[in-house]
Design a protein around this ligand. Structure first.
Ligand SMILES: Cc1cc2nc3c(=O)[nH]c(=O)nc-3n(C[C@H](O)[C@H](O)[C@H](O)COP(=O)(O)OP(=O)(O)OC[C@H]3O[C@@H](n4cnc5c(N)ncnc54)[C@H](O)[C@@H]3O)c2cc1C
Length: 325
């Protein structure tokens, strides 16, 4: 049975379109080319974006415009999506798995009293056209296959989960939606936007990543990784264990609940290679693992492995790189 798909994205000032919009469109077009796809963009002054979508494999583009949508607030965005669903019902709703998408998806699921599948890593459609979702669950070594019992079905997906493929040309209907919103209807007011001083150091864009885990032992150990990353023109990243220990900020966490990265070189230092970490870096072109435990699972996916204490290995690498500069 045909399913109406709705993929939602926010477009606020200074923000690029989420890359995974086209990743999700690609995957759905590949799996079920006949399901009609609608993309919903929320923001202000977004009419120019329609050019990006007209021939990009979607059937309908809804541009929801309002000054109050210029910057993200969960209440206003969820309210508008709810209004749009009344006019343009959908069976399956996709959101990016960033903090905005997760906030909207969970709030919407609560309002509609339906289920939500978060951070899924694969999709399947069965012969009846029903969607099945795969995601890591129950600790480290199990993949769960999920099926919804409620309707509509709400799903969040991390950027980098699927590849962008050439998309079929379709005639795309463009709808401008002007919601009625008043600032006093929403409890959150944006007082100021503070620029992220690290925005140029995003790990998703780095060609080389030097990632540290619990095996680094202390926050100062990351200075050594930083020096190596600097010599390789790369960035540092970390496992969730390193983030939980406050050795590195969450914005640099790689994995299922962090970022999905695919640099040319990924150097995993003192990282055991848990499934949730691998989910974020397995698409790296070359993986180098440094670990004192020769049986650490990270060596199973590494192209090159160095067994030993990072405190002795990294200074040697730094020394060699400096000699060759
Ligand atoms: C729902 C869920 C989501 C999760 N999401 C994520 C996620 O997004 N990202 C993520 O990373 N994890 C995630 N995790 C956690 C994950 O399961 C692991 O616990 C975590 O990745 C382990 O981090 P680690 O490899 O740094 O630490 P450990 O598993 O403790 O490994 C430390 C490694 O360091 C090595 N080592 C120790 N000392 C040295 C030394 N001196 N030199 C060299 N090697 C040394 C050890 O041999 C060991 O292999 C998630 C877990 C759950 C349940």
């Amino acid at each position: 049975m045909m399913k109406k798909i709705l993929i939602t994205a926010a477009y606020s000032k200074d923000k690029h379109l989420q890359k995974n919009l086209f990743e999700i469109i690609s995957e759905i077009s590949r799996l079920t080319p006949d399901n009609p796809i609608t993309v919903l963009l929320l923001g202000h002054h977004i009419n120019h974006l329609k050019e990006e979508f007209i021939h990009r494999g979607i059937d309908r583009l809804i541009l929801a415009e309002h000054p109050l949508l210029e910057n993200f607030t969960c209440e206003a965005y969820t309210h508008v999506i709810g209004e749009i669903l009344k006019e343009y019902p959908a069976d399956i709703l996709f959101f990016n798995s960033d903090f905005q998408g997760q906030a909207i998806a969970s709030r919407l699921a609560g309002r509609l009293d339906v289920g939500l599948a978060a951070n899924i890593t694969a999709l399947e459609f069965d012969a009846q056209g029903d969607i099945h979702l795969i995601r890591p669950s129950f600790g480290e070594n199990k993949m769960a296959k999920l099926k919804f019992l409620t309707h509509p079905q709400i799903i969040t997906i991390q950027e980098g989960t699927f590849d962008v493929m050439p998309l079929p040309k379709k005639n795309c209907e463009v709808i401008n939606f002007y919601p009625k919103l008043a600032a006093e209807d929403f409890p959150t007011k944006i007082l100021a936007i503070v620029e992220d001083i690290q925005k140029n150091n995003q790990i998703e864009d780095a060609d080389v990543l030097v990632a540290g885990g619990r095996g680094i032992g202390h926050a100062k150990g990351f200075l050594l990784l930083q020096e190596l990353a600097h010599l390789l023109h790369g960035e540092i990243a970390g496992s969730r264990a390193a983030v939980d220990l406050n050795w590195i900020p969450f914005s640099k966490q790689v994995g299922q609940t962090g970022k999905i990265v695919h640099p040319s070189i990924y150097i995993a230092v003192g990282i055991s290679g848990a499934m949730q970490h691998l989910a974020g870096m397995r698409k790296s072109k070359t993986i180098i693992a440094i670990n004192k435990n020769p049986y650490a699972p990270i060596f199973q996916i590494a192209d090159y492995g160095i067994v030993g204490e990072y405190e002795t290995i990294i200074p040697q690498l730094i020394q060699k790189l400096k000699e060759n500069q």
